[in-house]
Design a binder for this molecule. Structure first.
Ligand SMILES: C[S@@+](CC[C@H](N)C(=O)[O-])C[C@H]1O[C@@H](n2cnc3c(N)ncnc32)[C@H](O)[C@@H]1O
Length: 434
């Protein structure tokens, strides 16, 4: 992992971070950076990042009437049609062959998904805080703002006394999505009514520096998957870890390097993970040491293991929660498994959309801003790390188990008894603080 003809250029180039690149309008050249900084810059750079420029979150318009649909295939078909209509409408205004369009359970199952979460919030609030504290809800990464509106509508309509004491604050990194959330809030008379309860804070959670001492609920739905990760490979014989960096040359081509120096953030991650899990987690070196030594002396044996992608940003998010939100209770949902990932342990899916088709690629080092880079979350490990960092206890349920508890599942049942709210997103889990 040391592209030899590039070594000199690599060594002579400056190391930059995603923070240093935030004010740049052009993609950088002749620099090197850690894998996590490259991913962060690709996804979130205010000028050319994926979430600033390209991303559009599908919304179905009128909620689906599941009770009037025959079965899941009819739901899929209808969803396909609504997708096409949604994109045709966007193309009428601004044709765009590389528009990045995706959907989330919040949108597909609105308002039922948001109402299930609202029930969870109301019940826990009434049990633990009412009437001594207000119901304060933070949502990190609110997309179109749909979950917020569905939750506030439900609280207003079912629990007026709780609604009187509710405040909802969004923390959103993308300024275009923050604007959209504000627009959706002001769109109808009904939603405008929530205005005095809502604050939309357009900043990254990693810039957060205010102490929130009151008890609060912290929502994060499908945000962890887009948190930047570091890449680590190991020497198969000595087991020494090496940290991934990428060099971008003067033409904008990418070269991957691995350095034996591990930066303090990745190094802390490796230490905390080891301590929190007692050493039990998936690892690229999980075959026996003797076997590895034998393999290493074979001709053409790779000199490093496969990469593993470690969620350093997720660990830093837990640090923010622990430090600034001591009274929080977290409710988060994300993918525990993803299909079509690139090679490696805990590896991401890297994909783009072109002419309305998904195009997967095999490396994260691709033209910044055009590709979604999304990672699965290892809930077993992350739950233990969250507990170790925040000192709180947790429960992990599958998406289905959580919704069986909190949704009115009859509302999303089709005529033949199938239930897409429960059976779609089989690869998602929900973690809550208990
Ligand atoms: C995949 S979308 C999910 C949107 C919404 N939660 C839903 O489920 O429909 C991820 C959201 O997280 C936001 N986001 C990502 N990283 C963030 C960060 N560091 N701080 C705040 N928001 C972030 C994105 O801009 C986007 O709104």
């Amino acid at each position: 992992m040391w592209p030899s003809d590039m070594t000199k250029d690599y060594q002579n180039s400056p190391m930059v971070t995603s923070d240093q690149l935030r004010t740049r309008r052009e993609r950088p050249r002749r620099v090197k950076m850690l894998t996590r900084d490259f991913i962060e810059d690709s996804l979130y750079n205010p000028s050319y990042g994926y979430f600033s420029k390209q991303a559009v979150i599908f919304t179905p318009g009128e909620p689906f009437e599941f009770n009037n649909l025959q079965d899941e295939p009819e739901f899929s078909k209808l969803l396909g049609e609504r997708y096409t209509q949604f994109e045709d409408k966007l193309d009428e205004k601004h044709p765009n062959e590389s528009r990045q369009l995706w959907h989330t359970p919040t949108e597909l199952f609105r308002p039922y998904y948001g109402e299930a979460i609202a029930r969870y919030l109301i019940e826990n609030y009434k049990l633990l805080q009412y009437p001594y504290n207000d119901l304060i809800i933070y949502e990190m990464g609110a997309g179109n703002g749909t979950l917020m509106l569905n939750i506030l509508d439900y609280i207003r309509d079912t629990e007026p006394s709780v609604y009187d004491r509710t405040k909802f604050k969004i923390i959103e990194i993308s300024s275009s999505l923050a604007k959209l959330q504000q627009q959706h809030l002001m769109q109808s008379l009904d939603s405008k009514g929530h205005h005095s309860k809502v604050e939309i804070i357009n900043k990254s959670i990693f810039e957060w520096d205010q102490l929130v001492p009151s008890p609060c609920y912290f929502l994060a739905m499908e945000v962890f998957d887009n948190f930047a990760h570091d890449s680590i490979r190991y020497d198969p014989v000595t087991e020494e870890p090496l940290q991934g960096t990428v060099f971008i040359d003067k033409k904008g081509d990418f070269y991957e390097f691995y350095e034996p120096h591990i930066d303090p953030v990745a190094s802390r991650f490796l230490r905390v993970r080891h301590a929190a899990t007692g050493g039990s987690y998936s690892h690229p070196l999980n075959s026996s040491k003797i076997l590895r030594k034998l393999k290493a002396i074979m001709p053409f044996a790779p000199n490093l293991s496969q990469p593993e992608y470690i969620p350093t940003r997720l660990m830093q998010f837990f640090d923010v929660l622990g430090k600034y939100f001591p009274g929080h209770r977290l409710l988060t949902s994300d993918f525990h498994d993803l299909p079509d990932t690139i090679r490696g342990v805990n590896a991401p899916v890297v994909q783009t959309r072109y002419q309305r088709r998904t195009v997967p690629v095999s490396t994260p080092f691709v033209h910044q801003g055009y590709f979604d880079i999304l990672f699965p979350t290892d809930f077993n490990v992350m739950e233990l790390m969250y507990r170790a960092i925040t000192g709180k206890l947790t429960r992990v349920l599958t998406h289905e188990e959580f919704l069986r508890r909190w949704a009115y599942v009859e509302e999303t049942q089709t005529k033949n008894g199938e239930n897409p709210l429960l059976t779609w997103y089989k690869n998602a889990s929900v973690l809550t603080t208990v």
